[in-house]
Design a binder for this molecule. Structure first.
Ligand SMILES: Cc1cc2nc3c(=O)[nH]c(=O)nc-3n(C[C@H](O)[C@H](O)[C@H](O)COP(=O)(O)OP(=O)(O)OC[C@H]3O[C@@H](n4cnc5c(N)ncnc54)[C@H](O)[C@@H]3O)c2cc1C
Length: 418
């Protein structure tokens, strides 16, 4: 017999994760999403301009992301995530035409820092020992409060990697969030730090299997329906306004609000949420990469920051790309293509391309913004929050979004007694 009912508002990964956990627990679930497709900031679509299915942005997860693994197992996602066999991170510095690969060894004892062949050229063991200070950041501290944001190790690895993880200028990033990521990856060794990329698409790796599983379990997913208002009565949500007649919320129903922070704050005046964001810009070029191109290449000294080699395209990612979002698209594409040519040492005319700009890709992972993240519980006993911007203890990531959904589902289950 089903126990309780839940309405999940928002079919991004947080909402889908909550819906999956709740359905698994026997709760009758309805997911309602404003957009015409599920996935939110983690979505794929066919782009007629380049004639390919592309993702809104290249998304990297780590092999040690436990919630990602749980979620994919639960929904039977059988498209394996792709990536290298070892935690090798190749880089190119375009201004000096220098190349190197950081090679983190598989096990938990980090002996790679003892090996010159595995470290960043020009760095010493003592540079890495200082990184221990990044494993225990406090709430109000930035990365540059913990370590010197200067030197070769900083500029060649830490700055670009933390920028990508936090989507925030690395020195200003929260030391606490950085420590959380490091504890769950580097500290658990190379196996947990393996970069993993959705292949062939985010939809295939995450969204479609979740939608399929939910449908098979009798949970409904409605697209194209926007929540416009929440009416409260004392300490409970009494009705939801979808733009027509308000829908009364029944006593055995709980709501998981899994919408972006700006939307949540509009629906729930008085809710404190992160209010500073950074852009991510992605570009996709419809051409097969050179045969020897690594799956992922860090780029220094260009406009591109990371290159991703897919069988049918080369994709570029730029984090904290606020300075690029207003730039003219053709000029931006040309800059990226120039970087690709230099990085791959190739020479070819620019193929068809597409640029995807996500202006508010994630909240700014600074200590100030982290302090504004609410937990799953709200002032209303039948309303719970989920989203990468809630207090997950992680930066805005797929892992955090999925965990936030699990947390919200746990709170609902406690309430409805499923
Ligand atoms: C370009 C880009 C690159 C990224 N790269 C990485 C990466 O490499 N690794 C990583 O781990 N993370 C990455 N992220 C972050 C990751 O995508 C997010 O953390 C995650 O997708 C957030 O999921 P969410 O469910 O919390 O939010 P969202 O995906 O924003 O979902 C919220 C949903 O609510 C819906 N909605 C909004 N208003 C309403 C309403 N009123 N009624 C009903 N529905 C509504 C929205 O349409 C949306 O579907 C990236 C993000 C972007 C944008």
């Amino acid at each position: 017999m089903k126990a309780g009912r839940a309405i999940v508002v928002g079919a991004g990964l947080a909402g889908l994760s909550a819906a999956v956990r709740l359905t698994e627990a026997g709760v009758t679930v309805r997911v309602i999403e404003a957009a015409a497709q599920a996935g939110g900031r983690c979505r794929s679509y066919h782009d007629p301009q380049i004639g390919l299915t592309i993702d809104n942005g290249n998304h990297l997860v780590l092999a040690g992301n436990d919630a990602v693994r749980r979620f994919r197992e639960r929904v039977g996602a059988d498209e394996p995530l792709s990536g290298p066999d070892h935690a090798d991170f190749p880089f190119v510095d375009l201004t000096r035409d220098e190349r190197w690969t950081v090679r983190i060894n598989d096990g938990t004892v980090p002996w790679w820092v003892l090996s010159r062949n595995r470290r960043v050229p020009g760095t010493e063991l003592r540079d890495y020992l200082a990184l221990g200070k990044l494993l225990s950041g406090h709430g109000e501290e930035t990365v540059s409060d913990r370590i010197h944001a200067t030197g070769t190790l900083w500029s060649r690895v830490l700055d670009p990697v933390l920028l990508a993880i936090l989507n925030t200028p690395a020195a200003k990033g929260s030391a606490k969030l950085t420590a959380a990521v490091m504890r769950e990856s580097l500290l658990r060794g190379g196996r947990a730090s393996l970069p993993r990329i959705a292949h062939p698409s985010l939809a295939a790796a995450f969204i479609d299997p979740a939608l399929g599983w939910l449908a098979s379990q009798g949970a409904s997913v409605t697209l194209g329906r926007r929540l416009r208002g929440i009416a409260v009565d004392g300490n409970r949500v009494a009705a939801l306004d979808w733009g027509q007649d308000p829908e009364a919320v029944q006593e055995d129903e709980a709501i998981v609000l899994a919408v972006p922070p700006t939307v949540a704050a509009t629906l729930l005046p008085g809710l404190t949420v992160p209010d500073a964001f950074h852009a991510i810009v992605n570009a996709h070029f419809a051409v097969a990469p050179p045969a020897d191109a690594p799956p992922m290449l860090g780029v220094l000294g260009g406009t591109a920051q990371w290159l991703f080699a897919f069988p049918d395209r080369i994709s570029v990612t730029v984090s904290a790309a606020d300075g690029l979002v207003d730039m003219e698209r053709d000029a931006l594409a040309q800059r990226f293509w120039d970087d690709i040519q230099s990085a791959y040492r190739s020479s070819a005319p620019m193929p068809r391309w597409q640029i995807v700009k996500e202006k508010r890709a994630t909240f700014s992972a600074t200590p100030e913004q982290d302090a504004r993240r609410p937990g799953a519980r709200t002032a209303f006993r039948n309303l719970f929050l989920a989203g990468d911007w809630t207090q997950t203890g992680l930066p805005a990531t797929i892992e955090g979004a999925i965990r936030s959904g699990e947390t919200a589902a746990r709170r609902v289950i406690e309430r409805v007694g499923a």
